[in-house]
Design a protein. Structure first.
Length: 182
């Protein structure tokens, strides 16, 4: 019986009664569970925060008037795709955050998120497609660096970012084509 307590409880608690030890273990699990859920919510909300610039700079008439390449997707595609991507981005950051000691990897995640947020005002707001292309290339590199850094902490977190990298690859080609055509 003492051996079981030694596995579950700290050594100084081994002498405590079974009920006290179990209560302390359960309270600790509840606290870490709440912290984990709040952490997940925080990372997902932070991820979706990057999309806030879209509320101020929508495609509008300017984008509708542009010459577009044949592979330009219809407008309705972007909302569902970005929703799924932002959710996966938030979950991936949370998976790494839960592991602890991953601040460099999470800093890379924040860099790519900042670049993500910066692209919209330059492309849709200022109509500076060339600058937006430079931003999206930097974002692509930051996403790749984040995937490599996340892989060291949580393989699932890195894999969750692969669709994002693929979509940004497509978006980079689309940005370049739009700039070239217009």
């Amino acid at each position: 019986m003492k051996m079981l307590f030694a596995v579950v409880c700290e050594p100084r608690i081994v002498r405590a009664r079974a009920g006290v030890c179990l209560a302390m273990t359960m309270a600790s699990a509840r606290t870490s569970g709440v912290k984990s859920v709040l952490g997940l919510a925080g990372w997902v909300l932070l991820s979706f925060g990057a999309s806030a610039s879209g509320a101020f700079f929508s495609p509008g008439e300017w984008y509708a008037a542009l010459d577009k390449p044949s592979f330009n997707p219809p407008g309705w595609v972007f909302g569902p795709v970005w929703t799924a991507l932002y959710l996966m981005m938030g979950v991936s950051a949370w998976l790494v955050w839960r592991r602890g000691n991953a601040w460099r990897a999470l800093a890379l995640w924040l860099v790519q998120l900042a670049l993500n947020a910066a692209w919209t005002p330059f492309f849709f707001g200022l109509h500076w497609m060339g600058v937006a292309l430079c931003i999206i290339i930097a974002m692509w590199l930051a996403i790749l660096a984040t995937i490599l850094a996340f892989r060291r902490h949580a393989r699932a977190a890195a894999l969750l970012l692969v669709p994002y990298l693929l979509w940004v690859s497509f978006a980079t080609v689309l940005n370049a084509a739009l700039w070239h055509l217009n």
